[in-house]
Design a protein. Sequence first.
Length: 817
Amino acid sequence: MKKQKLILIGNGMAGVRTLEELLKLEPELYDITVFGAEPHPNYNRIMLSPVLAGEKQVDEIVLNSREWYAENGITLHTGDPVTAIDRQARQITTASGMQASYDRLLLATGSNPFMIPIPGHDLPGVVGFRDIQDVETMLDSARQYKKAVVIGGGLLGLEAANGLKKNGMDVTVVHLMDILMERQLDKPAAGLLKASLEESGLKFLMEAQTEAILGDQRVTGLRFKDGSELDTDLVVMAVGIRPNMALADAAGLHCERGIVVNDTLQTFDPRIYAVGECVQHRNNTYGLVAPLFEQAKVCANHLAQLGYGRYQGSVTSTKLKVTGIDLFSAGEFNETEGDETLVLQDPAQGVYKKLVIRDNRIKGAVMYGDTMDGSWYFQLLREATDISSFRNTILFGQHDLGDAGHGEETRVGMLSDEAEICGCNGVCKGDIVNAITTQGLFTLDEVRAHTKASASCGSCTGMVEALLASTVGEGYAATPSKKAVCGCTSYSHDEVRKAISELELKSMPELFDRLDWGTPDGCPGCRPALNFYLLAAWPAEYQDDAQSRFINERAHGNIQKDGSYSVVPRMFGGLCSADDLRAIADVADKFEVPEIKVTGGQRIDLFGVKKDQLPAVWKDLSEAGFVSGHAYGKALRTVKTCVGKNWCRFGTQDSTGLGVKLEELTWGSWMPHKFKLAVSGCPRNCAEATIKDLGVVCVDSGYELHIGGNGGIKVRVTDLLCKVESEAEVLEYTGAFIQCYREEAHYLERTAPWVERVSLNYVKQRVVEDEVGRKALYDRFKLSQKFAQVDPWKARAEGAETHEFTPLSIDRMRAAS
Ligand SMILES: Cc1cc2nc3c(=O)[nH]c(=O)nc-3n(C[C@H](O)[C@H](O)[C@H](O)COP(=O)(O)OP(=O)(O)OC[C@H]3O[C@@H](n4cnc5c(N)ncnc54)[C@H](O)[C@@H]3O)c2cc1C
Ligand code: SF4
Ligand code: SF4
């Protein structure tokens, strides 16, 4: 069947979202052509604020690359606005003179910033805040000039002001009303917002009406109605938007405040659809993406000739994207006669919450400082839930649990499946969890790609990450990101690692300086990674930075949910003696350890040790010959073994003895992530070697080496790396494999995703085929172990100064016992 022709005018968020939805339903129905006035592919307009603030780059906010259009058979014309629609001939004409005919036409022309028509509004240096071009103009001004004025203290104006201030400008916000964001906030919340913006350096002129923009060649100042003046080099007008309907109007389509559409998003010409900010639906126009995406879904449904979708309008909520400010507002937040209000105010914590209630139903919500429960209140509001049964506690949030430090993770975990997490895209918790578990998602980017959650304004990113963490455990961070290490830099993990070795960077300050880090001391995101990269590159020279380690690594124990610690002494290969057991029992008695448990890695775990007891516990264990089991670290954890041929009738080799040798070789080694080893004495595999980072399976003729396994939430069976004949080779290949992983994986990347990323063939080439390279890797590993095999417990129990960098050999430890 010949495809019908669909033309989209307006390559923005609503239009392209409609195409995405359509392609999901009917990928073959149309020949699609897109015309965009801007020279870019579709990008996330919402993210212009973070781009202006220097928190994101333009290429990071592209939603659909040019390849996406090509892959989906869509013809894209950018930088060529459509200038006319001939409805009779069903043809459009563009500024460059191109003509194209259509069977169906989709208008998504967005809106234009409203420029107040006062004298001087068209001077150079006066801009709106709508597209990449506007942001570039602002950034350019910030480089050349000092003073900026933003007219408009609404959402957009404040985000513009914040961005300009971050670019070093002296910014004044001029606002007509007596409170900021009066369409979203009540007086107390607006007051808190203003105070914290003032603290960050913004200035405000409230109740000021601009009469004229002054200047000759370029803006130089503003004059107000009361006659006063203010100098400025840049004016950003952020006083509202107007639906962009000129093209539709000229084509004779019915327009009022926007292009009028019905519930299937059709205009008065049924061949022509319209979605987005250019639209007027049931007398409403919208300026946020959530309703536009709802429109896109329905419009796609109708374009796909399914016809069961209806758009009935949307209730919207708002968040402000100014880093460090948490603000949420929805519905009718200013009470009128007959309404009741519930207010929680904690000025010391900077928290303010107000709910407007009518007939025991939420009509509106304003929150400042703690917005975690915003989506819950919004859901109650939209569903008109009767709140009388939990009204007494509603302000404390859905989950006033007093949890033991899991914070956001626990709270989001307790939300119902129907709770909306991503307001922009209307994605509920159940959708996200379902996508994570059924599609095997591990990263934020994957969740964004599959569900669209957090893919628009990003305000729900924290909650999506918390869901990832609670659904897949710590493995969620395991997939590498091709993006920058963190917000402090634009360099990727690989680039940073390369720079460390090529520029011989051997300390954190040196690295920050040479790589022009965006923050003077890094952040909790980059410091642990950099600490590991420096340690792995310069084992002899680099001094480990305790402040860059996660709390468990700093405390050398695993914090448990009641705040106590668990202590796991290392037992090489899982072997122990009666004396060892007696020593552990003595420690348990002496310190009244409440629970003792054998771990999955064949170690003994002492639970419930108080923090202040730790050094004394470590001291006794050290004196009995134990070293730390590193059960808390991104480090070699355990070597699990089966009994092997010494005892088992199926055993082919001495798996326990080999496990001990492997653990003696590898203990203490810091890794990009935790690393587990196992040795099974025969293919019956009692030590579960094929779900370990490196597993050895003994066979009659030698040893199979398996790599890249994982036994967590996402189980991954190992790949066979190679077979070797002797124990010495097992040790050499293992050391080489570990070193390759240490030198090349990204921090927080387990071996499973690393092997998948770089490919098994690559690892084989480095560790198996290249003999010289393998030996060099092994040598580097052994060198690094010289400095790594320092028992942190002993060092701590006895005073870190003397022991910090003194290697403690296995012989000495054993001798001490
Ligand atoms: C700085 C900023 C921050 C924002 N923050 C948020 C936020 O936090 N949360 C939120 O929900 N919303 C936010 N928004 C609003 C959100 O970006 C818009 O609601 C959304 O982009 C509108 O989508 P649209 O497709 O209707 O219009 P647009 O995304 O503007 O797309 C319309 C496109 O059509 C093109 N066009 C117009 N006329 C023609 C023509 N004749 N021929 C060809 N092309 C044409 C335009 O150039 C434009 O590229 C923000 C907007 C801005 C500017
Ligand atoms: S499997 Fe057990 S120990 Fe591991 S994270 Fe879950 S509850 Fe905690
Ligand atoms: S893996 Fe083989 S050798 Fe080891 S305990 Fe099991 S059956 Fe015995």
